[in-house]
Write a protein that binds this ligand. Structure first.
Ligand SMILES: N[C@@H](CCC(=O)N[C@@H](CS)C(=O)NCC(=O)O)C(=O)O
Length: 210
């Protein structure tokens, strides 16, 4: 398999972490998302010249991660890739209800968490250009709302779903554990902190860098 990857991207880290924990081999091809963000806004929206390979019908959204299977079939969207790779393993429950709960958290991550936690982290730590403070403040507020929802759910629980480690934990861990890079203070979220430690203690865990 081949993964179009960026070492700073939490979405790519989700896939790398799962691959490591399932002991699956995969080649990585780096895409520079930081250099791209440093360009002028409009230019970065219209210039896909550095995406030539992704343009070749691999991912209509031109984003990474994009995973190309051994038979050449591509899969985009980090959480769809997690579902594909984890299918039939202990990390994606086969029980209908538990599986739906995993999907609940994957959709939560994409709609209520990543846009704010990952979005602010990128603007603050990687974009390399000034961002109006009101934009950061309003997004950070919504990021804290997502963290508060997780804190409430994790109080009295070790993991997000079914009392065991699943791809729901991988998906939410990816950007939560680096939220401080976006200026989020997690000290008021003890259950979240304990959960982060639990996830990091799982066999085969790898850090986001290397
Ligand atoms: N919903 C997508 C988001 C993918 C995404 O936004 N990828 C970013 C890196 S984290 C990217 O490709 N950025 C470069 C660009 O858009 O040009 C997923 O979960 O995979």
């Amino acid at each position: 398999m081949l993964l179009f990857n960026s070492d700073v991207s939490g979405n790519c880290y989700k896939v790398r972490l799962l691959l490591a924990q399932l002991d699956l081999k995969c080649e990585l091809q780096e895409v520079d998302v930081v250099e791209r963000a440093a360009r002028a806004e409009l230019e970065s929206l219209v210039d896909y010249s550095d995406r030539a390979e992704l343009l070749a019908d691999l991912n209509p959204a031109l984003h990474i991660p994009t995973l190309v299977l051994d038979d050449g079939s591509p899969i985009a969207e980090s959480n769809a890739i997690l579902c594909y790779l984890a299918d039939g393993t202990r990390l994606l429950p086969s029980d209908r209800f538990e599986r739906a709960k995993v999907l609940q958290w994957l959709f939560f991550e994409q709609f209520s968490h990543a846009p704010y936690i990952a979005g602010v982290r990128f603007l603050v730590a990687y974009a390399g250009k000034p961002v109006p403070p009101f934009l950061i403040d309003s997004r950070r507020k919504l990021g804290y709302a997502a963290l508060a929802a997780m804190e409430k759910h994790l109080s009295g629980r070790s993991f997000l779903v079914a009392d065991r480690y699943t791809i729901a934990d991988i998906a939410l861990y990816a950007y939560t554990h680096v939220a401080h890079e976006g200026g989020f203070d997690l000290t008021g979220f003890p259950a979240l902190g304990a959960w982060l430690d639990q996830v990091a203690a799982q066999p085969g865990h790898e850090p986001i860098t290397g």
